[in-house]
Design a binder for this molecule. Structure first.
Ligand code: CA
Ligand code: CA
Ligand code: CA
Length: 179
């Protein structure tokens, strides 16, 4: 059973991903985010880079998020999403890193192996965060070694804390935008 604080964080992430606002997560939501991100980078539908970004979001659904669809109806309800998070073991670092890979790849639009401030900013804006200061605060708190980029390890750490930490002061709660 997740604590009320963790439930709140999980639900917040769920509703940010639910772009069609029907209360369910579907592949379509991931594609909507991918399309916003691709458009923000100035790519057009006919560009190969645009299709490449959509492919990353498709993989994030197929290989990661859809695993929470336990009743197999093609949609993830909030209950299913909460259950999937409750079953996520923070000690299974390797498994979490593997899951994180698909979300990380979505954010690492240019495939450089790190998430730049611009990549993070565009992703958060696609999820509905518009306040630049909030985005900067979130980015700086994830970039723990202060090299100006988010590494795979830094990203895995913040997602693990987001979905597991009971510390209400921990800034990881900001990783999807203002908390
Ligand atoms: Ca379902
Ligand atoms: Ca990058
Ligand atoms: Ca860093």
């Amino acid at each position: 059973m997740l604590s009320p604080f963790v439930q709140r964080k999980v639900a917040m992430a769920f509703y940010k991903y639910d772009q069609s606002k029907n209360g369910l997560l579907e592949k379509e939501d991931l594609l909507l985010i991918g399309k916003k991100v691709a458009a923000s980078f100035g790519f057009k539908e006919s560009d190969s880079k645009y299709q490449e970004i959509l492919e990353k979001y498709t993989l994030a659904w197929d290989r990661y998020l859809s695993a929470a669809d336990t009743d197999g109806d093609g949609k993830v309800s909030l209950v299913e999403f909460l259950e999937a998070r409750a079953n996520m073991d923070s000690s299974q670092i390797e498994k979490n890193l593997e899951y994180n890979k698909y979300m990380f790849d979505c954010l690492d639009v240019d495939g450089s192996g790190t998430i730049s401030f611009k990549e993070y900013q565009i992703s958060l804006k696609a999820l509905g965060e518009t306040n630049e200061e909030n985005i900067k605060f979130a980015f700086d708190s994830i970039d723990t070694n202060k090299d100006g980029t988010i590494s795979r390890d830094e990203y895995a750490k913040v997602r693990s804390n987001y979905f597991n930490s009971e510390d209400i002061e921990d800034p990881s709660k900001w990783c999807y935008g203002a908390f």
